[in-house]
Design a protein around this ligand. Structure first.
Ligand SMILES: [Zn+2]
Length: 570
């Protein structure tokens, strides 16, 4: 019976040429060998499974080959090459620092380094996962690394470059290995499949490559796993079943639903996905990736970042065209929020459902905004047009994005509202006239629409009415009630004392102006003045007193007489 060899070993590259996805790096190494410009220490960095150890082995073999090819590759025929290929060469020494990381291990290594090679020119010491060495071990190693014997070459490999001491890095030539591109992995899997007389759908190999995430070794072992299950024919459907990968069809369909604001259908799709046994968390991260893919598909420059099979590429591009960048950006943001909250959420399914509902509302909200803007335009010129939104829509909108309330034209939020729910300042007379509301019992008093100029008293009265509408915003409510506005023509002039108040009032300017304009029957503008306070709060009591004294000469006399004491004041 034929011996089974795993593909990752069977198809391990035997020369630089067959290393996948690291072209510039292998070329540099080959050139160094051809020009005999070898360093004594190399540091190979990069993610797992991308060929660091493989390259180190090929390098060791190549520099010992007695019959180098012109292109700087090992001949694979000379005695040295054969002994390397049969894994009996004494000129290569591999150590895994993950399990041998003590000072003693390094001392053992250093001893070995002192023994020159019997045959061949160089002895290569490969230390894998070198970042795992303990600090004393690192230090013990440093001396040898500084002054190695002529024949010794060290190749240190690590997945975590940032953990390597700078003193080590500065003594090494550093090579950064790339993650292997999806297309390269797929090509190689295709090659292996052909060698093994296996018929594989390209899409199926793409799923494998995606799952391997840039590591060829993983890709090949997944490939083996699939082959052992499917035999000589690898189909996309089988692969997504075995690997438990969610079909991209689901994501495409979901985004279609989002675009139509179809909450019901998207919840049903989610239910289907859950029933198939998919993990909710990986579903959300898959959805994020899908939206990210759509986002990069929108721009010619970034479309290269889209790593999907040719066959579905067109569908991604098409879907990307239907989405606005803002929609994708917000949807992605919601997905990321969902991922962040996932672990702490007690009802994970509800969290995911809520996220999808919010995404659905992104489009309907944007439409409505446009819509209502048009309608509001009409109201400005034509008072008879009906209130634009229904109560239901209003609630939905508010639930969707409470933070955006202030940007919205107040007409839109308001209409026929349940006052308790919508704490908004915008519980306004325009609509309240049509549907008198408990929140606005006094509103018949208003001098609205009779064309008579309002008085400062009217203004103050309405100002307090306005305050009632912002009761649920404690800070702002306090600011509003503490201020007594002045009338200046059609302007409502208020004086504030700090930047925070300025900010609050300018955030609410639109609502205040609408409210007052509606109530007072005039186009009222809000004017915010800042009062310069002479004694700022940052002055200490003594400084404040000194300042006051400089303005009022009698104060000194006064404080002396009453014996003013600061401890007491504070
Ligand atoms: Zn050779």
């Amino acid at each position: 019976m034929e011996q089974y060899i795993v593909s990752a070993r069977k198809y391990r590259p035997s020369d630089f040429r067959s290393v996948i996805g690291q072209n510039s790096l292998t070329t540099t190494l080959k050139n160094a060998i051809i020009n005999r410009k070898l360093a004594h220490a190399y540091l190979f960095c990069g993610p797992r499974g991308v060929g660091k150890t493989t390259c180190a082995r090929i390098f060791a073999k190549t520099i010992n080959c007695t019959n180098l090819t012109e292109s700087g590759e090992a001949c694979n025929a000379c005695e040295s090459c054969v002994s390397f290929n049969e894994q009996r060469s004494l000129n290569i020494f591999e150590m895994d620092a993950a399990s041998n990381n003590s000072v003693d291990d390094i001392r053992e290594l250093v001893k070995q380094v002192m023994v020159p090679p019997q045959i061949g020119k160089y002895r290569v010491y490969i230390i894998d996962e070198v970042h795992m060495l303990s600090t004393p071990a690192f230090n013990a190693f440093l001396k040898t690394l500084e002054e190695p014997p002529e024949y010794a070459i060290f190749i240190l490999a690590t997945t975590e470059k940032h953990k390597i001491l700078p003193t080590i890095i500065s003594r090494c030539q550093v090579y950064d290995f790339n993650r292997i591109q999806l297309a390269d992995t797929v090509d190689y899997l295709q090659f292996v499949a052909e060698q093994e007389h296996i018929v594989a759908e390209r899409e199926a190999l793409e799923v494998i490559a995606q799952k391997a995430d840039g590591a060829m070794r993983d890709a090949l072992s997944i490939f083996d796993q699939i082959v052992s299950y499917c035999g000589k024919e690898i189909k996309y459907k089988t692969v997504i079943d075995i690997l438990n990968v969610l079909d991209y069809e689901y994501y495409l369909r979901l985004v279609d639903c989002f675009l139509q604001g179809d909450v019901v259908e998207s919840l049903l799709i989610l239910d289907d996905i859950i029933n198939k046994g998919f993990d909710l968390q990986s579903f959300v991260s898959g959805l994020s990736s899908h939206i990210r893919d759509l986002l990069v598909s929108q721009n010619e420059k970034s479309v290269g970042l889209l790593q999907v099979s040719q066959s579905v590429r067109q569908r991604y591009l098409q879907q990307a065209k239907q989405c606005s960048p803002l929609f994708l950006f917000r949807a992605l943001d919601l997905c990321v929020q969902c991922e962040l909250n996932y672990k702490v959420s007690k009802n994970k399914r509800l969290l995911v459902e809520l996220t999808m509902i919010k995404i659905c509302q992104l489009t309907s909200e944007a439409e409505k905004k446009n819509d209502s803007r048009q309608k509001i335009g009409k109201i400005d010129t034509d008072d008879t047009s009906p209130a634009p939104t229904t109560n239901k829509d209003t609630l939905r909108e508010v639930a969707a994005s409470p933070q955006s309330q202030t940007e919205k034209p107040p007409h839109n939020i308001l209409s026929g509202s349940k006052a308790g729910l919508l704490n908004l300042s915008s519980i306004m007379s325009g609509q309240a006239d049509k549907a008198p509301d408990a929140a606005n019992p006094k509103q018949p008093d208003t001098p609205q629409a009779n064309g008579v100029d309002f008085t400062e008293d009217d203004l103050r009265k309405q100002w307090l009415e306005y305050a009632e509408t912002v009761k649920e915003l404690p800070f702002f409510y306090k600011y509003v009630t503490e201020i007594s506005p002045k009338k200046d023509g059609n302007s409502c002039v208020i004086t504030v004392v700090n930047e925070h108040q300025i900010q609050e009032f300018s955030d609410n300017r639109q609502q205040i102006e609408s409210f007052l304009s509606q109530r007072l029957g005039r186009d009222v503008k809000l004017v915010v003045n800042k009062r310069e306070i002479e004694i700022s709060k940052s002055l200490s009591p003594q400084e404040a007193l000194d300042k006051m004294k400089s303005k009022n000469k009698h104060l000194q006399d006064f404080t002396d007489r009453i014996g003013l004491d600061f401890d007491y004041l504070q």
